[in-house]
Write a protein of this length. Structure first.
Length: 273
């Protein structure tokens, strides 16, 4: 009888936690939509930014550029490192433990530290100045531990019987990894990439020190440009265009939701295969 009561109480507490979480998230989204939707106007999507329209279009384009390039830099390295740690490194190896602890530590470092590192290395030492390229390399370093750890856990979750069956059929190590293990781990790897995408889109501090705050689309990757999050931060700090700041927040939220929906569809197709 006591166990039944404890189970009911625990179930009630879990439901309460889930309800509180839902209310907080829903309330935040509704608040942003209510404050921002009335101020979304065609001028907000003008091709060029000016003090009159406060267009977010250049920032949107810069966000897409930074997102794609950062993932191109980080995903191959992160997944490759995960493959080595999960498939080639000896289990129980002290060096592997050090890498995992280091990756987990780097995942918890504040983004402003990465921004200062990127400023000292890319902007100052390599003389890239404030540029999208400096921002992309900084973000790639920042998301690398997340991609590596989530990809490694996804690879380790693949049952060993898959590998043994592949070896039994005469497949080599490399063929087994790319034909059997990696396809089975794709959903977990995509989850890590989705987490990284959210961090890239919402990043501000690291880009302030590396990519700069110029409100235009640069002619090359060596030019300075602001992303949507930096654009939102700049508008809010100026204190003169808070309405456009709320509208930018709506676009930012919708952009993240759209990317999550696309990644969910990709994950479903991968699971069907």
């Amino acid at each position: 009888m006591n166990q039944t009561k404890q189970s009911l109480v625990l179930r009630f507490l879990l439901r309460l936690c889930a309800g509180i979480t839902f209310v907080i998230i829903a309330g935040l989204i509704i608040y942003i939509l209510c404050m921002g939707l009335p101020h979304i106007t065609p001028s907000l999507f003008a091709l060029h930014y000016s003090s009159d329209n406060a267009s977010l279009f250049p920032a949107l384009v810069n966000t897409v550029i930074v997102l794609i390039l950062s993932l191109v830099l980080a995903v191959p390295v992160g997944v490759g490192a995960a493959v080595y740690l999960a498939e080639y490194a000896k289990r129980g190896n002290k060096f592997v433990r050090v890498i995992r602890i280091t990756a987990e530590t780097l995942s918890g470092i504040p983004s402003i530290v990465y921004g200062l590192f990127g400023y000292l290395l890319f902007v100052t030492a390599l003389k890239w100045q404030f540029s999208l390229l400096a921002g992309c390399f900084t973000l790639a370093i920042m998301i690398l531990p997340v991609i590596m750890r989530t990809s490694e856990e996804a690879l380790l979750s693949v049952p060993d019987m898959y590998r043994e069956a592949s070896f039994g059929l005469g497949a080599g190590k490399l063929r087994t990894i790319f034909k059997i293990v990696l396809p089975a781990a794709i959903p977990g790897i995509i989850n890590g990439i989705v987490l990284s995408v959210g961090r890239i889109i919402g990043e501000t501090a690291a880009l302030l020190y590396t990519a700069g705050t110029v409100a235009h689309i640069p002619s090359s990757l060596m030019g300075s440009g602001r992303t949507l999050s930096v654009h939102l931060y700049s508008l809010w700090c100026e204190g003169l265009r808070t309405e456009q700041a709320y509208a930018t927040a709506v676009v930012l939220v919708l952009f993240v939701v759209l990317l999550n929906c696309i990644s969910a569809q990709i994950e479903k197709k991968m699971k069907r295969k």
